[in-house]
Design a protein around this ligand. Structure first.
Ligand code: FUL
Length: 634
């Protein structure tokens, strides 16, 4: 009897607390959203975090980054193409989806588009019966990857490019891809547009009004009616934005907003895209596109230049960990396969990340918080591993402390923070501190600023061994809404793992430069990519001191923000010791140098020479002097 009474008393109090908590949940209003906020599909897209790019096409076979559109379709001849090998590799590398270059700037179509004969249908691949878009979309279904397409608006092959007739052609291509290959998660519109091309005849330059020519509002209508779940990438969105570089990182401070209408392909302040516009009124989160090799397309001489697993881990922290997504490119090789080195490094990268962030030391621990809104928005929501529950503060409270205590000293060196972005991005500044032996709070040592959080912020800090860690949010755009916190120990070598990785290791014959300011000459060979030597005029003269056999010229462009002195078209000549015989060895363009100012290389037939002359035919920005962070001659 006594027991029964006790049981019923317990039952009553348990039911009361359920009722009370149900009441409090229903009575505590969620914070109002702070505009701009993402569309649900933008949140789903951001949750993908890492996905792959595949650059494959005629360029793979003609060793170009930007084909002119003059290479015959018969050149496309992969002997062992296997989209299932791509899909399996990408899954093992942790990729959630893949975007395929269905058509790059050269106009060659990887699917048998009926509107042109410049496609796989006229190539030896499967005797013209192949369809790489179909093969990859089917492999994706089989291996559980999402699928998406890149369709270059610029077409260097089409004779009518630049006229209204081309637009009908372009829209028909898009409609074909959106209608016949299943669901796509993203459509990628490249900002590189207009310029030199073949255009069905001799090479010529065609400029277009990049803002208006394509009539993007019409394209978005088509997309919304056929594939409403797809997010549109372009430099300024509307679904997601370019991050302003092709190196694979976003700023540590990164707002998912832009000022509506301000950014368009060719935006002259593109370096701002890595930070977003803090005062923006449109939700356009950043996507970090980067190739696992220096080029986007496969070049055999880059087999030794594949990014290492450690470099990829670093990029992961600076992309996904900086409130952006990571779009990692795999240049499929001439056999039609992802190269074994690329595959091994990418898979290892994924394993390293999984290992570093394997055990959340605060999972299920309810932290102490300085303020709690109540209802569903309580401290326990921070570590319950449920994306849709979040801790929030009262409407008037825009700062807050979250403190975790451990029963014994614990080693920590990584942290994950997530804001509940369906209600907007709010946090402007925070600090992370640990409790020292005397019980005082000390800041952890980081290599970047702690400002924004957004969808996800990952921090790497020097290891501390402590029984307490706290996050102090010191400034925000409104009440705080944090849905997830993780604290990790990435192992004994955690601190070395995030130290700077050397980027410039160029071997060169010794040289001196003329045509440059004497105090800047040394910058071109100081192995410091942050110092640049600028040239007076449009001619750089390199003196090797004596006649040598040379066969290549390399340079790293200025790595500043924005990059200055980028040479777009060049002529490279050589001369003998008495400068009587001057011979031009190569002329061409540094394709895509504006968006991807990585090391540029010019290879030519070996020749004996003492002097090399690089003449700038055209600069990316007119009237700027040429700039070189590093130079090498071999
Ligand atoms: C750039 C293009 O010009 C490159 O070739 C590459 O496709 C890259 C992803 O986008 O703008």
């Amino acid at each position: 009897m006594k027991n029964n009474k006790l049981l019923s008393a317990l039952w009553l109090s348990a039911s009361l607390s359920v009722v009370m908590s149900a009441c409090s949940s229903t009575h505590v209003k969620a914070p109002d959203p702070i505009l701009p906020i993402p569309e649900p599909k933008q949140v789903e897209w951001q949750k993908m975090e890492t996905y792959a790019f595949i650059h494959f096409g005629l360029n793979t076979f003609n060793d170009r980054e930007w084909g002119y559109g003059d290479t015959p379709a018969e050149v496309f001849n992969p002997s062992r193409l296997d989209c299932e090998q791509w899909a399996k590799t990408l899954v093992a590398a942790g990729m959630k989806g893949v975007i395929l270059t269905a058509k790059h700037h050269d106009g060659f179509c990887l699917w048998p588009f009926a509107g042109t004969d410049y496609s796989v249908a006229n190539s030896p691949y499967k005797d013209g019966k192949g369809d790489v878009v179909r093969e990859l979309s089917e492999a994706c279904k089989k291996y559980g990857l999402k699928f998406a397409v890149y369709l270059s608006p610029w077409d260097r092959h089409q004779a009518n490019y630049g006229t209204p007739a081309y637009l009908d052609y372009f829209y028909a291509q898009l409609r074909d891809l959106l209608t016949n290959y299943g669901e796509v998660f993203e459509v990628w519109f490249d900002g590189a547009n207009g310029g030199d091309g073949w255009y069905g005849g001799a090479k010529e330059t065609r400029t277009i009004d990049r803002r208006n020519y394509y009539n993007y509002p019409r394209i978005y209508e088509m997309l919304d009616s056929i594939q409403p779940q797809a997010v549109v990438f372009s430099d300024g969105g509307p679904g997601c934005r370019w991050v302003g570089n092709e190196k694979g990182f976003a700023g540590a401070t990164n707002w998912s907003f832009l000022r509506k209408g301000e950014v368009y392909p060719g935006y002259d302040k593109s370096y701002q895209l890595q930070y977003g516009h803090a005062d923006g009124n449109q939700w356009v989160a950043a996507e970090c596109d980067v190739s696992i090799r220096p080029g986007w397309f496969y070049h055999p001489e880059q087999d030794s230049l594949v990014k290492t697993p450690e470099q990829l881990v670093d990029l992961y922290y600076r992309s996904v960990g900086h409130n952006a997504t990571l779009l990692l490119n795999f240049p499929v090789d001439r056999d039609g396969l992802i190269h074994p080195v690329d595959s091994a490094n990418a898979v290892r990268f994924h394993q390293m990340i999984q290992k570093e962030l394997e055990t959340n030391l605060v999972a299920g621990i309810v932290p102490q918080v300085s303020d709690e809104r109540g209802g569903d928005h309580v401290a326990s929501a921070l570590t319950d591993d449920d994306y849709d529950t979040y801790w929030a503060t009262a409407d008037s409270v825009t700062t807050g402390d979250i403190t975790f205590s451990f029963s014994s000293p614990t080693r920590m060196n990584r942290m994950l923070l997530q804001e509940y972005i369906p209600l907007g991005q709010r946090v402007k500044a925070f600090t992370v501190e640990y409790r020292d032996a005397s019980g005082d709070w000390q800041p952890v040592v980081l290599n970047e600023e702690t400002t924004t959080i957004g969808y996800k912020r990952l921090l790497r800090f020097s290891s501390v061994v402590s029984d307490g860690i706290r996050i102090r949010i010191t400034d925000a755009r409104g009440p705080l809404c944090i849905n997830n916190i993780g604290v990790y120990d990435a192992g004994e070598n955690a601190d070395q793992l995030f130290e700077a990785i050397p980027t410039t290791q160029m071997q060169s014959l010794p040289f001196t430069l003329s045509g440059v300011k004497p105090e800047e000459a040394a910058f071109a060979s100081d192995r410091d990519e942050k110092t640049t030597c600028f040239v007076d005029g449009d001619l750089l003269t390199i003196d090797l001191g004596s006649e040598r056999f040379v066969s290549s010229f390399h340079f790293l462009p200025d790595q500043g923000e924005p990059n200055k002195g980028l040479v777009s078209h060049y002529e490279l000549s050589v001369a003998d010791a008495d400068r009587k015989n001057v011979t031009m060895v190569k002329a061409g363009e540094f394709s895509n140098i504006r968006n991807n100012p990585v090391m540029q290389s010019v290879y030519f037939t070996p020749v004996k020479a003492r002097y090399l002359y690089l003449k700038a035919g055209r600069m990316v920005t007119e009237d700027e002097p040429m700039g070189f962070a590093e130079i090498a001659v071999r």
